[in-house]
Write a protein that binds this ligand. Sequence first.
Ligand code: FE2
Length: 204
Amino acid sequence: MLLDIPPVLRLLDAIFESPHYSLRAGSGDFCLPGAVKYQPLHSDIRDWADDKTSPFSAFHDPRGQLSIRDLPCPYVCVNFLPQDVTSLNGPTRQIPGTQHSREPIPSLQEEPEWMRLSTVCPAPAGSIMLRDVRAWHGGTPNISDATRSIPNLEFYAPWFREPIVPGISYSDYKKLPERSQQLARFCCADSSEELITGTTLRAP
Ligand SMILES: [Fe+2]
């Protein structure tokens, strides 16, 4: 259903200036009430690393001149906000313009107050938040009494790819509308494969 929302696809068409982008994954994150610490600022994509360090690395300039931060936007995350996001329930803080920055990302101790306060809120339930995942961002305290969850879809530019972990079984994939199948073409498990599913909980 999330793959079939016309305004989202119109925005992605405009960002990538092409309909040939592809789904990387459907995932997301959540912040429970009582999670009162700040998540350190981070980027959701790394600079190049060799295959032993990480399989999730695609762009490498052997001259050592360009990094992924010098490219046009390679990877967009569309977060869906199923509840109102306010200053109290753990809004994402997003630091404008940092998608191209080569500065080291500040630690929690180094982070200036204006960055801590650079939150994407208020946003009513039903909003979407599109991010260039290179830009610095992080979670903030949830001092409300409800969970803040932001499921997402992640898309690669037509010219960009990293290894993809299959996220949909072949039989479910075949039930999608044609445009959704096109978008999810690299995420589908082979018809002979059982989709491995499960939950990974990661400490902040
Ligand atoms: Fe992140």
